[in-house]
Ligand binder design. Structure first.
Ligand SMILES: [Zn+2]
Length: 419
């Protein structure tokens, strides 16, 4: 059941009508240090994709948006900088206090809090994949795409008939947990793995498994994911564990750091790293996806990178507000919008181009499409909005509903991969 602490940190949408001052150059001054633990959650009214991009450029981070009201994670210094630039911030909660509430009073060292045991930690995720393979050896195989900064494997599960062979079938990639605290996404990938193996006797599932090669990577960021829960109290951690942490989803090598959609401050939540692919985890993803080019043709035709939260279906590009640009024709854009809209129709999310939220650069979406013409989407899962830091820590009671909610969208993408 839902405990009251879940609601204690809910954020009320500010309804005041404060006009934003014109954005001054001061907003793009040096970002200041941020660890979630030192931050607070603020609401900012009347934002749009441009002003949200300006907010992120201070090193603060927009977590969600509701009717133009942005929920923002920021340090005191970042908040001061934003106020000086004319943003009307209202402080809602201290992140450290919210994390303490979310974690409850009991501690399970190395694992999720007692109330959240339905979530798989890293070892449980690996065990789950091993069990899937041992129960379904003909259609499931586990390997590793490489290792994390701290040397942990990043496992990948392949699901297909004749799984040991590389058959000439359209391939589809589902990857999860680039961002450490977004634990619900790991459950999403495990749900996909279970659904297409346990239900192989279902003719519709069998048809997909027999005619596709499905790749599932439940945890792209093992070190960060473990760090977020290992003390028994949630850390609100987003990045990997390299030095002060690199935001993996700003470290990919397509127009890396091009467009003010990431930070060059090592302490910022959206720190892009010292160079494109400087994070071992993104380099492993790159090498894996590059390795699926067979005879000059990329075999992976479609992909979803799962994140939380906001309930959005996002498509490229993130680095520009333009729909059509270098690497994206009107026809291609229309296909993304059509499929994105169809998937959103099945799960109730909001479909939009990634940059409608705010500008990002160096993310997986732009690289998968820009480099490999993979029909790539980012899903921002449950909850919809307004949660602050607790949006990253939904109760485990929602896992079944919020992962099964995407079955229709996953099926649509698997179908489109063959189109
Ligand atoms: Zn994310």
């Amino acid at each position: 059941m839902f405990s009251s602490r879940r609601r204690a940190v809910a954020v009320a949408a500010a309804a005041c009508l404060v006009l934003l001052a014109p954005i001054q150059a001061s907003v793009s001054a040096e970002p200041t240090a941020t660890a979630a633990q030192d931050s607070a959650i603020y609401t900012v009214p009347n934002t749009d994709s441009q002003t949200r991009t300006e907010i992120n450029r201070t090193g603060a981070q927009v977590l969600s948006v509701s009717a133009g009201v942005a929920t923002v994670e920021a340090t005191a210094a970042q908040a001061e900088q934003l106020r000086a630039a004319g943003f009307a911030l209202r402080e809602e909660t201290k992140v450290a206090e919210a994390l303490q509430q979310l974690s409850g009073t009991e501690r399970v060292p190395g694992d999720f809090p007692p109330d959240d045991q339905g979530f798989h930690n890293y070892d449980e995720m690996v065990a789950e994949l091993d069990a899937t393979v041992s129960e379904h050896p003909d259609i499931a195989a586990k390997s590793s795409i490489g290792t994390s900064f701290e040397g942990r494997d990043i496992p990948v599960l392949k699901i297909s008939d004749n799984v040991a062979q590389d058959e000439d079938e359209p391939e589809v990639l589902f990857n999860c947990n680039q961002h450490a605290r977004e634990h619900l996404t790991t459950e999403m990938c495990l749900h996909i793995a279970q659904r297409f193996t346990d239900n192989y006797t279902d003719p519709a599932i069998k048809d997909v498994v027999d005619n596709r090669e499905i790749w599932v990577i439940p945890v792209v960021n093992p070190d960060g994911s473990i760090y977020d829960v290992e003390s028994g109290q949630y850390q609100g951690w987003r990045k990997n564990r390299q030095d002060t942490g690199t935001d993996l989803n700003r470290n990919w090598g397509y127009l890396w750091g091009c467009c003010g959609g990431s930070s060059d401050n090592p302490d910022a939540e959206t720190y892009r790293g010292t160079a494109e692919w400087s994070a071992p985890e993104t380099a492993a993803m790159r090498d894996f996806i590059d390795s699926r080019v067979v005879g000059g043709t990329q075999q992976i035709k479609a992909a979803i990178d799962f994140h939380t939260y906001s309930e959005l279906v996002l498509w490229p590009f993130g680095h520009t507000f333009d729909d059509v640009t270098d690497g994206m024709t009107q026809e291609e854009y229309d296909r993304f919008a059509r499929i994105g809209g169809e998937m959103a129709g099945s799960n109730g999310y909001t479909p939009q181009q990634s940059s409608d939220l705010y500008i990002t650069d160096g993310d997986s979406l732009d690289w998968m499409w820009g480099q490999h013409r993979i029909l790539a989407f980012t899903f921002e899962m449950y909850p919809a909005e307004g949660g602050g830091i607790d949006g990253f820590y939904p109760p485990d009671e929602v896992i079944q509903q919020e992962t099964a909610r995407n079955d229709g969208a996953v099926d649509i993408l698997l179908r489109e991969a063959g189109a």
